[in-house]
Design a protein around this ligand. Structure first.
Ligand code: ADP
Ligand code: TPW
Ligand code: MG
Length: 567
């Protein structure tokens, strides 16, 4: 920083962030951080003002995932802070590096609960949802506070960090020399974790003896950005691989070793499974039956030691960062050393073929009104020639179908509801990807319910003129649009939304391009035109209200009353 005779907390925050290479901020302005947002702009940072802190937070989280630098969300006190917390907690759950910075009210009043404006003990409220939670009370601690937040967000398993800045610290002044000396340039915030030699040898020996190996790629592997080595490793082992949803594209979905089209078969039959940056959580049925063989043995590469044995015993843990682990494994494995049995590869190929045929039939069908497959068909075709486009995806049926139908060709292009299956990430992720995604366009494939959680951010998208095309899969409801009200009163049923809703009109209110489509040819043209324009657009896709299933593909997690009339 230039050494003025005197500076203040606002300037120190900006200098501390810039010193550490952070130049993009998402937030909502208000007391006490309005001037901080202004100053960020003055000082050459990009500040994106949102309509709701949750979306700003989601934009920050996905920025962290895509750039391996903590994404920053800036909020006001109490309610603004809490609005951002869902995104911060979601970042922690998904392992995305993010820092939420919130201004806070006068501590002497807050701590005695004397009823200050927006009073809340934010630092303690944030603790259960974050990797770390800090409060800066004095301007001379801003440098170290920012440094601690960056290191906590990035090291080990990345996650969310909360940094509380009191109004007092922000406005307090400090002598220029003291201020400059208080700043901290964080050195090597995510140091490599080299695996032990024994752990690598144990893993290789298990894989070498496998007949039916399987490699599962998770978003930890995508986050690592060791794309070339991961590809080399998969090809060297000749092993079938399954990408978890956000790891799609790490190797292209049409790679011959992809077993995605034979997913349940390979989970059930594999004898040695290597988990690369994927947790054995609900998304993998906890590694247990009936989806998994009780005899399968696991290799797990993860930077978080406590993740090992979380759901099932792991025979060969490799605690390391994935980049280092894969490099070591490549060095210690000769080509041809790990070879799946021919029978295994043949069985997978046959299974894939059968499933691909079935899917092809669904994609060829052209029902009126459109269903999920037929509406995704033109999107899939358009994206096949545009691998650089980011795909944001949320909903239930809209999520399940799009995950299966839309092929990804490049790493980290698919951004979705993730570990929690959360609704509301849509516009935040889309904006974050548009901002830090190298100028590539974004398509958000949204259920109509899912879109509603962050829909007001279309104004933000239009205000910043971002190249985002939103497709709303409008089936008039959560899961389905045809549920009937079972009461005597005339209220709509719990899962029903307005069938006739014209989401396209919403974006027109802000100068964006709206399209209303009821068939797949019009959808194809609308999407091609919208993507080519590079301007904000929203395509309202009318989908058959009867097309979906309740809870999508996770119906088994949805408890139903055995007594109520509703069954
Ligand atoms: P998915 O949902 O795609 O299955 P998860 O979020 O469940 O993926 O798992 C990601 C795992 O990757 C986490 O356990 C996390 O600790 C791990 N991870 C994240 N970054 C790295 C890294 N650089 N090296 C090793 N493991 C990592
Ligand atoms: C924050 C529960 C899971 S999926 C979903 C909800 C409300 C919406 C499904 O309807 P949509 O998709 O988007 O129209 P489709 O194609 O099936 O019709 N609140 C939060 N997160 C979750 N997951 C829910 C509620 C839910
Ligand atoms: Mg819907």
């Amino acid at each position: 920083m230039t050494q003025a005779a005197v500076t203040d907390g606002f300037h120190l925050v900006v200098s501390a962030l810039k010193l550490n290479g952070i130049d993009t901020i998402y937030g909502v302005a208000g007391i006490p951080i309005t001037d901080l947002a202004r100053l960020m702009q003055t000082e050459g940072m990009r500040y994106f003002g949102f309509r709701h802190e949750q979306s700003a937070g989601h934009a920050a989280a996905i920025t962290g995932y895509l750039t391996k630098k903590p994404g920053i969300c800036l909020t006001v006190s109490a309610p603004g802070f809490l609005n951002g917390m869902v995104a911060l907690a979601n970042a922690t759950t998904n392992g995305f590096p993010m820092i939420q910075i919130s201004g806070s009210s006068d501590r002497s009043i807050v701590d005695l609960q004397q009823g200050d404006y927006e009073e809340l003990d934010q630092m303690n409220a944030a603790k259960p949802y974050t990797k770390a939670s800090f409060r800066v009370n004095r301007p001379e601690d801003i440098g170290i506070g920012v440094a601690r937040a960056i290191r906590a967000a990035l090291s080990g398993r990345p996650g969310g960090v909360y940094l509380d800045l009191t109004a007092t610290a922000l406005s307090a002044t400090l002598e220029g020399g003291t201020a400059a000396r208080s700043l901290v340039n964080v050195v090597d915030p995510a140091p490599s974790h080299i695996p032990s030699r024994e752990s690598v040898e144990r893993a290789i020996s298990l894989l070498t003896n496998a007949q039916r190996p399987l490699i599962i790629l998770g978003k930890g592997a995508a986050y690592t950005q060791a794309d070339d080595d991961i590809r080399k490793w998969i090809e060297r082992t000749g092993s079938p691989f399954l990408p978890m949803s956000m790891a799609k594209g790490l190797l292209p979905d049409n790679h011959p070793q992809s077993a995605a089209a034979a997913r349940s078969f390979v989970l059930r039959e594999a004898d040695v499974v290597m988990l690369l940056g994927a947790r054995l959580n609900w998304l993998l049925a906890h590694g247990k039956g009936p989806q998994w063989s009780p005899h399968a043995q696991f290799v797990q590469v993860d930077v978080a030691p406590a993740e090992i044995d979380s759901n099932r015993p792991v025979a060969a843990p490799v605690v390391a960062d994935i980049g280092s682990a894969i490099r070591c494994m490549l060095q210690s494995t000769a080509p041809g050393q790990i070879t799946p049995s021919a029978g295994w590869l043949k069985a997978i190929a046959e299974q894939k073929q059968r499933n691909i045929e079935r899917m092809r039939a669904n994609l060829e069908a052209n029902p009126v009104p459109m269903n999920f497959s037929s509406a995704l068909r033109p999107i899939r075709d358009v994206l096949a020639d545009r691998p650089e486009v980011y795909v944001v995806n949320e909903g239930a049926n809209t999520l399940d179908f799009a995950r299966n139908i839309i092929d990804m060709q490049l790493p980290r292009k698919r951004l979705d509801s993730g570990t929690w299956g959360v609704m509301g990430i849509g516009m935040g992720y889309a904006i974050g990807a548009a901002v830090v995604g190298g100028g590539n366009p974004v398509i958000a494939i949204e259920g109509d319910s899912a879109f509603g959680f962050s829909g007001m951010e279309v104004e933000t998208i239009c205000r910043y003129r971002l190249p985002i095309v939103i497709t709303v899969f409008n089936n008039g409801g959560i899961y389905r649009g045809d549920e009937i009200n079972r009461s005597e009163l005339g209220d709509p049923a719990p899962t029903v939304l307005m069938k006739e809703a014209r989401y396209d009109k919403l974006i027109e209110a802000f100068g964006g391009a709206g399209y209303h489509v009821t068939d797949r040819e019009t959808l194809r043209r609308a999407l091609a035109e919208a993507l080519a324009s590079g301007k904000p657009a929203l395509i309202n896709c009318v989908i058959d209200p009867k097309a979906g299933t309740e809870s999508g593909h996770i119906q088994h997690l949805n408890p139903r009353s055995v007594l109520s009339k509703s069954n």
